[in-house]
Write a protein that binds this ligand. Structure first.
Ligand code: ATP
Ligand code: MG
Length: 482
């Protein structure tokens, strides 16, 4: 039985034809993957199924019935739930309050009822945290489990997950994929968006590939080859994995001594010109505090940080919270750093912006990284991968001497990932020191000349002979601390 039939959907936003006749079918008890390059229309398609995007034309059938969705409430009533690419929880509210949001009369419940409603859900879905915890204090994986639990607790039987694994580490990804298999056994249907081809082959029954808002193919997953999937997606052969840059290592550009701020304890590091120094590790071992210290927005308990060779640039690990100003245009986001200091040429003169120059710079960045958007589009409207590309473009603009990149390819499709890694290698070859803080082991091995593992706030150097997946994976789990 078909639970979902999306047919010939079209949606235009201004000058962008986000959906151009796309569609797919999901059977009962099927895990269906949706694959496509950044900006291909995946999020738009699932937002149409969830009632938050009104298609210009085309049809949506759920359980055989033609439906007109006026909003998420209609979708939820029909059993469709969506876990968004960017979380929709309210960080300032408690877990219990978030679980009540959007429920009829939810926030009118008294505090006791609110808490017991939440406690029931937390227990049923085996979430080990308290209802009165503020959502802002949860880890990313916990927030995601909370969103999934919230959807399932509302009787969702068609669960749509928009890039759920982009924010997870390998062990968490495994548990999520297991959860999807369990849901399938219970007869749920799942629509799963991911850029990681191996995740698709691990759990999905079928895959639909989108390109430029149109369907390229729908295939059975068992038996399909990774290479074929990749080629369907980009329309040509995938680039082979890259190698760390071969460069001359120069003087120290950034030096940290005894950095201490919870959970970091006495972290020493030196970054040299011309090298890629990678800090591998599972999220939650001090990556965010380290990023904040290096960005100068977090106070140290003790220790010192010296930028020997400015300028320093940062690709933030959280594009929506600290990387971008979502309400501003792509062009304005590109010059944010200069703007904060009163503006710099060529986009500014005498502290005033020069619109034509700004437009030219933005167009150059769009061209260079293949961003699917116009210079003055508000960043809020861009696809996740395209937002990520803006963060990268901004950091590379001023030829930094020290470049800190935190998960720089998160949310990028395979082609854009290869392209950004090439750009980062080129920075090291030009003579910049690149500090790569990454939870992606493939990324670390493809880029790094030197590697250390961050575990529970401490840094463990990895000898060159140990630059293997197995060894680094072991160290990430605490293999050196034992
Ligand atoms: N609300 C909106 N206003 C204007 N343009 C939009 C809006 N939503 C999406 N778009 C545009 O539609 C196109 C498709 O975007 P969509 O978010 O569906 O891509 P995606 O396949 O999910 O990409 P990614 O892998 O990067 O998340 C993009 O060019 C995007 O800029
Ligand atoms: Mg998307």
């Amino acid at each position: 039985m078909l639970r979902v039939e999306l047919t010939e959907l079209r949606k235009r936003f201004g000058s962008v034809q986000a959906l151009d006749g796309a569609g797919l079918e999901i059977a009962a008890g099927e895990v269906h993957a949706l694959l496509g390059e950044n900006g291909a229309g995946k999020t738009t398609l699932v937002r149409a199924l969830y009632g938050v995007v009104r298609p210009d034309s085309g049809s949506i059938r759920i359980d055989g019935e033609l439906v007109q969705l006026r909003g998420p409430r209609d979708a939820l009533e029909l059993g469709v739930g969506l876990v968004h690419q960017h979380f929709m929880l309210v960080p300032e509210l408690s877990v219990a309050e978030n679980l009540a949001l959007g429920e009829r009369g939810g926030l009118l419940l008294g505090p006791r009822a609110l808490r017991s409603h939440a406690a029931g859900i937390l227990e049923r879905y085996d979430l080990g945290f308290r209802p009165d915890l503020r959502v802002g204090e949860l880890s990313v994986a916990q927030k995601q489990r909370l969103e999934i639990a919230r959807a399932l607790s509302r009787g969702v039987e068609i669960l749509v997950l928009d890039e759920p694994t982009a924010v997870l580490v390998p062990s968490e990804i495994d548990s999520l994929l297991e959860l999807l298999s369990r849901l399938r056994e219970q007869g749920c249907s799942v629509l799963f968006i991911s850029h990681k081809l191996d995740e698709i082959t691990a759990v999905c029954d079928r895959v639909t590939v989108l390109r430029n808002g149109r369907n390229v193919a729908t295939r059975e997953v068992p038996g399909i080859e990774l290479r074929e999937l990749g080629e369907l997606m980009v329309g040509s052969e995938l680039p082979p994995p890259g190698q760390p840059p071969r460069t001359q290592v120069g003087p120290v550009v950034l030096r940290a001594r005894g950095l201490t701020t919870p959970p970091l304890v006495g972290v020493d590091l030196e970054l040299r010109a011309g090298e890629v120094f990678a800090i591998a590790g599972i999220d939650g071992n001090g990556q965010t505090p380290l990023e904040e210290v290096l960005a100068g927005v977090r106070v140290l308990e003790s220790g010192s940080l010296e930028l020997v060779q400015p300028p320093l640039a940062l690709i933030s690990g959280d594009r929506q919270r600290t990387g971008l100003v979502l309400g501003l245009g792509l062009d304005e986001n590109l010059v944010l750093e200069e703007a904060a200091r009163g503006g710099a040429p060529p986009e500014y003169r005498f502290g005033l912006v020069r619109p034509r120059e700004l437009r030219r710079s933005a167009s150059a960045a769009i061209e260079r990284l293949g961003i699917r958007a116009a210079p003055d589009d508000p960043v809020r409207t861009l696809s996740g991968g395209n937002q990520q590309k803006i963060c990268v473009a901004r950091a590379l603009r001023r030829d930094p001497c020290a470049l800190i990149a935190v998960n720089p390819t998160r949310g990028l499709d395979v082609r854009a990932t290869a392209q950004v890694r090439d750009e980062l290698r080129a920075q090291a070859e030009r003579g910049a020191g690149l500090l790569l803080i990454s939870t992606d082991l493939d990324e670390v091995l493809e880029l790094a000349n030197r590697i250390a593992v961050l575990f529970r706030g401490q840094l463990y150097p990895v000898a060159p002979a140990e630059h293997t997946r197995e060894r680094i994976g072991e160290l990430m789990l605490g293999g050196a601390a034992a």
